[in-house]
Design a protein around this ligand. Sequence first.
Ligand SMILES: *Cc1c(COP(=O)(O)O)cnc(C)c1O
Length: 418
Amino acid sequence: MTDTRHNMTLGHAGAPLSWPVHANALQVGGMTLPELAARVGRTPFYVYDRALLAQRIAALRAALPTSVELHYAVKANPMPALVGWMSGQVDGFDVASGGELQLVLDTGMPVRDISFAGPGKTEAELEQALMAGVLVNVESMREIRLLGELSRRYGRAARVAVRVNPDFELRSSGMRMGGGAKPFGIDAEAVPQALHEIRSRELDFEGFHIFWGSQNLDAAAVCEAQTKAFALAVRLSEHAPCAPRVLNLGGGFGIPYFPNDRPLDLAAVGAHLHELAATAAGELPSARLVIELGRYLVGEAGLYVCRVLDRKVSRGEVFLVTDGGMHHHLAASGNFGQVLRKNYPVLIGNRVQGEQGGTEVVSVVGPLCTPLDLLGDRMALPVAQDGDLVVVAQSGAYGLSASPTGFLGHPGPAEVLV
Ligand SMILES: *Cc1c(COP(=O)(O)O)cnc(C)c1O
């Protein structure tokens, strides 16, 4: 019985987070996976590991200038226990709905450090945000007008920052969230007009929020986007009612999912942010710099665990039918924004190595009557038996809350924080 570490992203450069292996079983939160499954009491479940979350936050703190605030974008993983724990680790939260706002208010995070972004905020949500005293990243003239009316009605000025749809596009991979025609934010060229409106409605202007993309693994592209976002903020500041007190540079840091993905070079991004922070101290001296990360903070610290119900052979191909699937983990099935379906890292958690290292090629499927319910397509895995535990790694972000749990009426998974 030897202890090793199972690197979920084997073949990647750098030092991605990894999970220990003991007696051929994954170790999670100080116990073997079968022990944890017994403690949870049922499968499927998601597990998130505080130690790995802390490790990721420590790595960020070491790389980033101390003057850059680290915010958590709650939509990546809104599990209440996780968000509660995060409230003691990060400098602020970004929420994307009135529901998420309630959740973070419960944690005791100071309202000064909570911001609310997202297109299509309802009047009720804007009212919630105003009365809570959080910063609203306004995304349209309508939101500015509504906040103006609400502020007048309640006799208190809403805190606002302008979310800018930048006039640059990300030049490389990743999910583009800004540039061109977008439903997010206010087009950079319309921002002077929006700032005029904010001034005339006597809203409390705090600064700018420039979010340009997501899931980017290319440090050079991230740095370039941050540089351009900063320059844009400097230009727009000339039209602002007062000097900006906050500049939110967005996030966009990606994590590796697939065999050829290389982890983001955090040292390079950190070094660049040191330069940017020095520039900012001269050019936007009153502005706090913020980055807001979702996936990068939590994605690698979570596993999805389900159980093999049936090992079937169909015309020579092996299928592991599990009690989990796309209804709990849409992203791993390839149906959450992927263009070409690729396998998430999958392993047999109680049988990390097969007998004498032997593997077989299997497809891991869920119990839904649709060919979309696929967690692993023809992967080489140790020979698994009914009752074995299938693990999908890199599952801490955009997992349960981004999945169609009502589809087919199976029970939902448990979620635990260890
Ligand atoms: C979704 C979102 C994030 C988080 O994106 P990640 O790619 O998970 O880091 C940050 N800010 C805003 C405004 C978002 O909508």
